[in-house]
Design a protein around this ligand. Structure first.
Ligand code: HEM
Length: 275
């Protein structure tokens, strides 16, 4: 009979040596830790107020912060209740994913866990003031489960980032493919355009290329490339004049239009990929 493969959660518990005895130690102290959890939430959010970059993700005012303070206490309660099974793992992983979507950088998760750890370890000291042996083993158990919890969060950050990069790569590949197709159309166009048109169109193509380069650069800088034409009527006017001149001279207008449309499409694609 084949054995069920070990889950990420099980492996991480095994790595830090989190045992059934550790689970029992945490559950034994659970109810006595409850009165310390509100203070933990206060400490947690107080620290965030000293870090504007971390605080940016709170967009719902005091009401949101109050709600999250309660959510954090529910999270901490489960540290001392378990059961430390796959359902626990899935819940912790989901919390991580929620944060990836909200956007605080991963470094804040790690530091925030440090704040939580210090507070809870200190609180355990107050729960077991005269039982040093019990205190020591319970603190070790707490350390282990916090390490596993942090690992679940970091893993979700990592997996979500990979997913995002894959998606970006897929879009880049699509844009690349479209660019290659357009380049082919351009080669065809140049091959069938007469020498006269090409030489007389130089000013037009010159402006067109600079304009497109500017668009692509703007797109990479997250600037809407269409907006560029609005504040630059002085640039656009000679360009449009040259355009109409060239259009009247163009021998293969159908191909010209095809190339031109394709060109705009390519710039728009750049815009989408780098947006
Ligand atoms: C030890 C680290 C942390 C833990 C255990 C934790 C825990 C949680 C939990 C349990 C939730 C609710 C998730 C849900 O509703 O699905 C949550 C949501 C949230 N957390 Fe954290 N968090 C941590 C770190 C942080 C940090 C460092 C920030 C900001 C810098 C942050 C900002 C938020 C925000 C903005 C939400 C959701 C807001 C909403 O739903 O309105 N968290 N967190």
């Amino acid at each position: 009979m084949t054995r069920k493969p070990e889950s990420f959660f099980e492996e991480m518990k095994r790595y830090v040596g989190f045992s059934d005895e550790d689970a029992r130690l945490l559950q034994a102290v659970g109810a006595r830790m409850d009165p310390y959890l509100a203070g933990m939430s206060e400490r947690f959010y107080d620290q965030i107020t000293h870090h504007p970059e971390a605080g940016k993700v709170f967009t719902g005012g005091q009401e949101q912060i109050d709600r999250l303070k309660r959510t954090l206490q529910v999270w901490a309660k489960r540290l001392f209740r378990g059961p430390f099974d796959e359902d626990y793992a899935a819940e912790r992983y989901k919390i991580g994913v929620r944060h990836v979507l909200i956007g605080p950088p991963q470094r804040y998760m790690i530091s925030a866990m440090g704040v939580v750890r210090t507070h809870l370890q200190k609180s355990l000291g107050e729960v077991y003031p005269s039982e040093p042996a019990q205190l020591e083993i319970t603190q070790l158990a707490l350390d282990k489960i916090l390490n596993v919890d942090l690992n679940m969060m970091c893993e979700s950050y990592f997996q979500e980032s990979i997913r995002h990069l894959r998606e970006l790569n897929r879009r880049l590949e699509r844009a690349n493919f479209e660019l290659a197709e357009l380049s082919h159309v351009k080669t065809e166009f140049l091959a069938t355009t007469s020498h006269e048109l090409r030489t007389r169109s130089i000013p037009f193509w010159g402006s067109r290329v600079s304009f497109s380069m500017a668009c692509a650069t703007a797109a990479m800088r997250n600037v809407n490339c269409f907006a560029m034409s609005i504040p630059a009527p002085n640039t656009c006017f000679p360009l449009i004049t040259t355009c109409s001149w060239t259009l009247t001279k163009a021998r293969s207008q159908a191909q010209f239009a095809r190339f031109d449309l394709g060109h705009v499409q390519a710039v728009a694609n750049f815009s989408r990929v780098f947006a």
